[in-house]
Design a protein around this ligand. Sequence first.
Ligand code: SF4
Length: 423
Amino acid sequence: MEQNRYSERKKSHSMGREKRRFVGGMEDLSKLYDKECDRKGNAIYIHIPFCSKICTFCSMRRELSPCNPEYADMIIRHIDKISETPFVKTCDIDAVYFGGGTPTSMEKKDLVRILEKLKSSFLLAPDCEITMETTLSELSPEKLKILMESGLNRLSAGIQTFSTRVRELLGRVGDGNFAVERMKEYIDTGLSDISMDIIYNYPGQTLEELQYDIGIMKTLDIAGFSLYSLISMENSLLSALHPEDMNINDDMERERLLFDTIAGEMRRDGYEFLEITKMVKPGRDSYRYIKARNTGKYTIPLGAGAGGEIMGGAVMNPIDIDQYGEFTHNPMKKMVPVMKDEYNKINKAVSSLQLLKVNPGDFPPDSVSDMEKLFKDLICEGYFNKEGNDYHLTDKGIFYGNNISMDLWNYFTGKEDSEKTQR
Ligand code: SF4
């Protein structure tokens, strides 16, 4: 019987309110934009929170409505207001990520306007990764080609499954055949970096259904994919429709079997883990955005509800669309929390776990020996292997990666938790 210190699997590593204890003070955002950037390889995140249909399992920050026709103007106004600041003029950008919602729900002419504005306003690296999330129904191959002409070079397609039964269950538009054919059309555009999401551990899932999805992913030879275990949200439409099935997250053995099946099958096909929810074919999908977010780079947030960091200041744009529109007239007129250096150090060290390895020496000096002891225990229990000074997550460690991250944060916040790290 495998030794296991966790009785439930955490699906995120968000600190929530505990983060407040690391706030060192408040700062005028305009003063932060007045400073020259002191980090390389930064990112821009653009949030487009509109969806033409709400999926039954979804818990994202989005609205059920066509994209607001003024939304592109808001984002462009936001860019115009910050583009001449010392920070933006010295901030080199390695990755741009359009997330949602469904970014491609925006008209193609507006997406092109934003892409062109980004190129003329920011120091984008010549090979800057520019990613857009999409559903299959909101992006035709013709629209994709136009976006590629304006610089889009990475696509993240939210497919979830190729099974018609499950696509209906999850409220996805189009059946399984449509999903396969649409992916082939994307590949035929010549875009090499196409990633997709696959969901597992949904109500009633059989191993045959999982193997069916795996088989199609292999045939399509996509550059990479993200794998998500279904999070049963109490208030989701799915839980209302299938209350009897909402204990799926209690069966960790089943969830682990499904996870191991995906990891094992795809590894045999040449995929490797790049991040705890992401497998890629090496050299074909470097996913620079997630690396920037987990290695302490700055992220300039654009769009309603987008969050990021500017010169140590934690920035969150207004979530409400109208309020965001107002905000873009003067987007630097805002007080933002500035995190303590201690937080930045811990956050960088813990975040490295998302990228599969951790080094005790990266934590604050007075915690290093506790960290070494913890990671040695975790090696004995099968969560890590040690290579040099780094501790690398095993598949078991990847499966429980968010639990380990939360344990680390609990150590530093002193938070009592039933899953608390052994100190
Ligand atoms: S398309 Fe994506 S963001 Fe929109 S409802 Fe579906 S899962 Fe949520």
